[in-house]
Design a protein around this ligand. Structure first.
Ligand SMILES: NC(=O)C1=CN([C@@H]2O[C@H](COP(=O)(O)OP(=O)(O)OC[C@H]3O[C@@H](n4cnc5c(N)ncnc54)[C@H](OP(=O)(O)O)[C@@H]3O)[C@@H](O)[C@H]2O)C=CC1
Ligand SMILES: N[C@@H](CCO)C(=O)O
Length: 436
């Protein structure tokens, strides 16, 4: 941190001037007085970097040094904090963050992919070099999710952490339910509205939300999670009929992530579409909103909800980290000294009740075949529903059932058996019914 004779100034080097980077520059300008009062010093954008120096970004960058190579911000003079807002688990973002931390320079990032994938190594690097690594914006945009878990619940023993962590998916699922439209149709709308990327894979296949869950789990349980072992499923398999069945059965479909620590130290973690009871608070987190839920031994269940993306909310989280550093408040990355990653329990060990939807040829004996698959796996059915309204001109019809408590291993056996039936069309959809 620098001092001069007139006032203390904290100088930022911002890498990435897209949605979030420009939001940070704008908010630092528009909310200058309040930020000054809270930081106790002036915050100055001393340097920036992006790919295209010629692009008009709608903010005044005059007098700010431009770096063609973002990695130079790691060691350049006149910079107190590197703010990495490029994105991606590899490439320039990773190289910049590693170089800055190795140089003992504090880093703020919104990059959940980087933290979920390389968090263990980065935490060690920050620790070894006496640098801070802050990442409030990486989970759920404007919601202070990191501070909520790491600082607010520091005294508790958390039993689970999770939530609805992707606004694009929540928007698509909410709109499908409210309008009866199909996934592809609503995805196209989400892209036109700017919620989903042109390549929506990271969002709709669950990876963005899974990155965020990995970060929350690391904070909740004090050590990073082996991200490549986490069970991740997206929402592409959800059809309009599933929304219909879910409503009829008293549920809503949400892309939900949940992590729990098992007694043997392994982490049970999944990000997948789930059914949750429609009378719960989490079921009413709608549209682009996100929510983080925790359950602590001492604090009990809690939920915080808000905007999980966008320039304003995300920039506000980035600047909150800047203010923390200005106040001299930097904590260990995962709230405790660096630890080796925890392994994830295999998916088969999950248990609970399940929803299964199968598109079938509407002819005698089909239900008996499906019931036999459940019987053979030792799964007890709680209810079954079929609607003629869903019957297609080719006499195929969706059929949905819910089970009593069972194991994921048994449901995987059911899925294998059902997939082999001649009467089944397409891929059946299996959703966990999650108690929240
Ligand atoms: N958008 C959101 O709502 C949220 C985003 N985040 C995270 O924030 C980060 C930034 O996201 P967002 O602002 O949306 O991303 P954008 O795609 O809008 O912006 C990325 C920026 O990085 C710059 N960039 C790309 N490659 C390089 C490079 N090699 N060297 C220097 N600059 C480069 C781009 O330059 P140029 O403009 O010249 O192309 C652009 O300015 C990501 O980690 C994202 O996951 C987190 C929460 C919410
Ligand atoms: N693409 C994310 C926002 C960035 O984390 C979402 O839709 O929630």
């Amino acid at each position: 941190m620098s001092e001069n004779s007139e006032k203390r100034v904290l100088r930022l080097g911002i890498a990435g001037l897209g949605t979030v980077g420009v939001g940070v520059v704008q908010q630092l300008h528009e909310n200058r007085d309040a930020i000054y009062a809270r930081a106790g010093c002036a915050i100055e954008v001393a340097a920036v970097s992006a790919r295209d120096p010629g692009r008009n970004r709608g903010v005044d960058l005059s007098g700010i040094r431009w770096f063609a190579d973002a990695r130079s911000l790691a060691t350049a003079s006149g910079i107190d904090i590197v703010v990495e807002l490029i994105g991606g688990a590899e490439g320039v973002a990773r190289e910049l963050v590693e170089a800055a931390l190795s140089h003992g320079r504090d880093v703020i990032t919104a990059n959940k992919a980087l933290l979920a994938t390389h968090g263990a190594r980065l935490a060690r690097c920050a620790h070894d070099n006496g640098a801070a690594l802050l990442f409030e914006a990486s989970v759920a945009g404007g919601i202070p999710a990191i501070k909520f878990v790491r600082e607010g619940l520091a005294a508790d023993r958390l039993l689970r952490v999770g939530g609805i962590l992707n606004g694009t998916c929540n928007y698509i699922l909410t709109t499908m339910r409210d309008t009866g439209r199909d996934f592809a149709d609503v995805l196209a709308e989400a892209q036109a509205l700017g919620y989903a990327e042109a390549d929506p894979t990271t969002d709709v296949d669950g990876w963005d939300a899974a990155h965020k869950l990995a970060i929350l789990a690391a904070l909740a349980f004090g050590r990073p999670v082996a991200f490549d072992e986490m069970h991740v499923e997206g929402i592409r398999g959800v059809q309009a009929c599933d929304q219909h069945f879910a409503r009829e059965m008293g549920y809503r479909i949400k892309l939900l992530g949940m992590a729990r620590q098992l007694e043997d130290g392994r982490i049970e973690a999944f990000m997948r579409p789930c059914l949750i009871a429609q009378q719960t608070a989490l079921a009413h987190v709608e549209g682009v909103f996100n929510a983080v839920v925790t359950e602590g031994t001492f604090s009990g269940p809690m939920m915080i909800e808000g905007r999980g993306a966008g320039a304003g909310p995300t920039a506000s989280a980035v600047i909150a980290d800047v203010i923390d550093l200005a106040r001299g408040k930097a904590l260990p990355v995962w709230g405790v000294s660096p630890q080796s990653p925890a392994t994830c329990a295999p998916r088969a060990l999950l248990s609970g009740a399940y929803y299964l939807r199968v598109n079938v040829h509407d002819r005698p004996g089909v239900v008996a075949e499906i019931a036999a698959a459940l019987r053979d796996a030792g799964v007890s059915m709680r209810g079954l529903s079929q609607h003629d309204a869903g019957r297609a001109t080719d006499s195929t019809v969706p059929l949905a059932l819910v089970t009593h408590e069972t194991t994921e291993a048994s449901m995987m056996q059911v899925m294998t058996a059902i997939n082999g039936l001649a009467s089944v069309i397409g891929t059946p959809l299996l959703l966990k019914i999650e108690t929240v």
